[in-house]
Design a binder for this molecule. Structure first.
Ligand code: C2O
Ligand code: CU
Length: 474
């Protein structure tokens, strides 16, 4: 049996209260969504209230659901405290440049008390997310993020769909957010890590129980909205299949090495055919952080959902993305240097060549991309690359640092051709790709979306520390 949109909405709302996300549905004739950014208290760690910033009074903000091809209309209302201006960026959605939500590059920051109306066609189905692009290392850390689901015309057959927004918060003993955003050691190191893991805005742990039925098929949409934390998830005793990365269909395949690497900004859709006996349970564990338990999946004592797992196809109908032809692509290279550890780098800041220690002291920047350390969003009219509209581009990223960098391009999806000089198995489409320390990644895409687009590390402290630039398509 195939579940309708309405059934899916009902089940995501009602499956389990601890994990349930508020859902805003939009139909074609519904009025615009309103996203109101403000500060409010929320229970993240049981027993204490934490002052967070977020959308519509919840962290994460509402799941925005669209249908492929629909026009999204979202009014952003800035009711943040003090003079915190903001924007919303629709991470992964191929929007027209003016709707991309990047302050100083695509729009003026939205001041407190102001409203900005976003309106754009939603060309592709898939799992995406939204977050501010203004002071994002602080605003996203405080809780400003939410998931976006764009439904396929013909969804794959599942019993239930769950959205898991993974993040972390840095709380003190009293449950307050530690106000240490933008420290140099985080900018130049591994980023600012929280001490509380959160799944859909609540502290995770073995008590997060998800009840499933034997042979039930669940589609799990995972989004990592943390500013810096990289998750490496182990679904012990289960064999989830990857069906999409960053919203784009991929040939269904088991998790590579049985583990799901989910860096900041990245999404993965999994299909889980729950195989286990009634009463059994298994743990979902983060292998990056001492085996921290994210959740417990518990098999209901009720009879199986069906005698054996579903056999219907898991392949998602792919979006129509312009196919890059590597043989006619123009090759570009980008080298990352700087940060802590490793060899000292030299970078251009405002046109002057400086050593990284000086850059740190005088400009609070620590990373370079192609020998330039850039102030966040300051690159207005000096893109790193200028592409002609329709040009096929092959871009090789070379990481000369000791840190991982999840690199994100706005306005386009790219195929990942090579990782550490070896061809990838599925040439997956992505918008955010992990480049390992001293590693390299080659991607290819057709530069078909005109405008000036951000290209940056999605460890948001790294972006603030110099790993941010733009590419222009005209
Ligand atoms: Cu998710 Cu430029 O960002
Ligand atoms: Cu980085």
């Amino acid at each position: 049996m195939t579940f309708s949109r309405r059934d899916i909405l009902k089940s995501t709302g009602a499956s389990l209260s601890v994990l349930a996300l508020p859902v805003l549905a939009q139909s074609r004739d519904a009025g615009p969504f309103k996203l109101r950014a403000s500060a409010f208290p929320q229970t993240i760690r049981p027993g204490v209230r934490t002052d967070v910033w977020g959308f519509n009074g919840s962290v994460p903000g509402p799941v925005l659901r669209f249908r492929k091809g629909e026009i999204a209309r979202v009014a952003l209302v800035n009711d943040l405290p003090g003079d915190a201006s903001t924007t919303v960026h629709w991470h992964g959605i191929r929007v027209p440049n003016a709707m991309d939500g990047v302050p100083q590059v695509t729009q003026a920051p939205v001041l407190v008390g102001q409203t900005f109306n976003y309106q754009f066609p939603v060309p592709d189905s898939g799992t995406y997310w939204y977050h501010p692009h203004q002071m994002s290392f602080e605003q996203v850390a405080r809780g400003m993020f939410g998931a976006i689901v764009v439904e396929e015309d013909k969804p794959i057959e599942v019993d239930r769909e769950l959205v898991w927004v993974l993040s972390d918060f840095k709380l003190d003993a009293g449950g307050r957010q530690v106000q240490d955003f933008g420290r140099m050691q985080d900018l130049g190191g591994g980023g600012r890590l929280g001490n509380v893991f959160a799944l859909n805005g609540r502290q995770t742990g073995r008590d997060n129980r998800i009840m499933v039925r034997t042979n039930e098929r669940i589609r799990l949409r995972l989004v990592n909205t943390a500013t810096a934390r990289i998750f490496l998830l182990d679904f012990r005793g289960q064999k989830p299949m990857v069906v999409s990365y960053d919203g784009q269909a991929v040939e269904p395949h088991p998790l590579p090495q049985g583990l799901l690497l989910l860096g900041p900004g990245m999404r993965t859709d999994l299909v889980l055919d729950c195989e286990g006996s009634p009463g059994e349970s298994f743990a979902v564990i983060d292998r990056r952080d001492k085996g921290y338990q994210i959740a417990t999946v518990v098999f209901d004592k009720k009879p199986p959902a069906r005698p054996r797992p579903l056999r219907s196809p898991m392949q998602i109908e792919p979006n129509r993305l312009p196919e890059p032809d590597p043989s006619k692509a123009i090759e570009h290279f980008i080298v990352f240097e700087g940060g802590m550890l490793g060899k000292p780098a030299i970078g251009l800041v405002d046109g002057k060549a400086l050593k990284v220690p000086e850059i740190m002291q005088d400009h609070a920047l620590t990373w370079t991309m192609n020998y330039v350390a850039e102030h966040e969003h300051a690159m207005l009219h000096t893109p790193m690359f200028n592409f002609r509209k329709g040009e096929h581009i092959a871009l090789t990223m070379i990481n000369e640092t000791e840190f991982e960098h999840p690199m994100h391009l706005h306005g386009h999806s790219f195929r990942v051709l090579r990782v550490n000089d070896r061809p990838t198995q599925f040439r997956p489409w992505r918008d955010t790709v992990m480049v390992s320390p001293r590693g390299s990644v080659q991607v290819a895409f057709v530069a078909d979306n005109p405008g000036e687009w951000m290209f940056h590390c999605h460890i948001l402290e790294h972006a603030a520390g110099g790993m941010m630039g733009t590419v222009a398509v005209e």
